[in-house]
Write a protein that binds this ligand. Structure first.
Ligand code: FPP
Ligand code: MG
Length: 319
């Protein structure tokens, strides 16, 4: 993530974010996590926690444990996701399951969640912990629904929206809602904070789906189809040209080493551009929420500006 536009103190807080677990009884867990799901991540969710909190006047020190919790929960989902997806690598490095075993990857994820529970419990803010428990439920049900649709080409937009809200956006929504709770705001502000995170999260997923079809992207071209999944771009191609449904159905989860993709370059280009417009609309919605958040006298203009830069950064990822 490009961090140049962050307020200096936010950047420092992110750089200094303590992600050590110190599992004294089993030090191997720390080592494995630090080499995999906690290895130099983008810290996108902690950044969101810090900036949203700052924007609403919460001191950075108070935000730190929640930013840490957001990164730990995210890391836990990745540890479990790589088991579910049987992924050998993540960002060009061997996954936790590949380095150790599926069993250990599941246990390491469980440990991260347990640590989050105990650390947040010690802070005593039950409403935030209850929100997080609901978020974990959303994450699980999102992943579950996605699993149910594996190898099925005939999925609808509602399904993809639901999965992206649960699987990707729910934790970002928690970051936004938590910032508002820590600022002592009313429920309507908490809802606004959550909506900001949710819109951002769905846009994030849509942009990820476009990058999935970038031959120069980080992952192999059309990785979702290789994993048996229809994403926002694939759906758009099928909706525009229904005759693609059958050949894509045959491809799902059964992509050969030198695949012949059934779509034309122009199908893909149009679909990416349609998804880009949908992502832009979500980011626009997030921008409007920021306009409302920026109103009270205590709002920190620099943090709000940095949040706006995140929206631009996401949009520019697929330009
Ligand atoms: C990555 O998706 C996965 C997620 C964002 C969420 C995964 C959620 C779970 C495994 C269930 C909940 C687990 C816990 C520990 C609460 P992806 O496979 O599309 O992206 P990738 O390319 O980064 O793997
Ligand atoms: Mg995955």
């Amino acid at each position: 993530m490009v961090l140049d536009w962050l307020p200096k103190e936010t950047k420092q807080a992110i750089d200094r974010l303590d992600l050590a677990l110190s599992v004294y009884s089993v030090p191997e867990i720390d080592i494995l996590l630090s080499k995999t799901v906690l290895f130099r991540g983008k810290k996108f969710r902690p950044t969101l926690c810090f900036l949203m909190g700052q924007a609403l006047g919460v001191p950075l020190e108070r935000l730190h444990p929640y930013a840490r919790a957001a990164e730990f929960v995210h890391a836990a989902t990745l540890a479990h996701d790589d088991v579910i997806d049987e992924s050998p690598t993540r960002r060009h490095r061997p996954t936790l399951n590949a380095r150790s075993s599926n069993a250990r990857a599941v246990l390491a994820g469980d440990l991260l969640l347990a640590r989050v529970m105990s650390e947040l419990a010690s802070l005593g803010q039950i409403d935030i912990i209850a929100d997080l428990a609901n978020t974990v439920e959303e994450l699980v049900s999102g992943e579950w629904l996605q699993l149910e649709a594996r190898k099925i080409a005939r999925v609808n937009r509602q399904h993809l929206e639901t999965v992206s809200k649960k699987k990707t956006a729910s934790l970002m929504a928690w970051c936004g809602g938590t910032a508002a709770r820590l600022a002592g705001k009313s429920q309507s502000w908490v809802d606004l904070g959550r909506q900001f995170g949710e819109s951002l999260g769905v846009a994030f997923q849509m942009i990820d789906d476009i990058i999935d079809f970038d031959p120069a992207g980080e992952k192999p071209f059309a990785q979702d189809i290789r994993e048996g999944l229809v994403n926002f771009v694939t759906l758009e191609m099928i909706e525009a040209r229904p005759s693609l449904l059958e050949p894509i159905q045959r491809l799902l989860g059964a992509v050969s080493d030198s695949p012949e993709w059934p779509w034309e370059a122009s199908d893909l280009e149009k679909a990416c551009s349609a998804v880009r417009s949908r992502a832009d609309a979500k980011l626009e919605g997030a921008g409007q929420i920021l306009d409302q958040l920026a109103q009270p006298p205590e709002a920190n203009a620099e943090a709000v500006k940095a949040l706006r830069s995140i929206l631009i950064y996401l949009r520019e990822r697929v330009r």
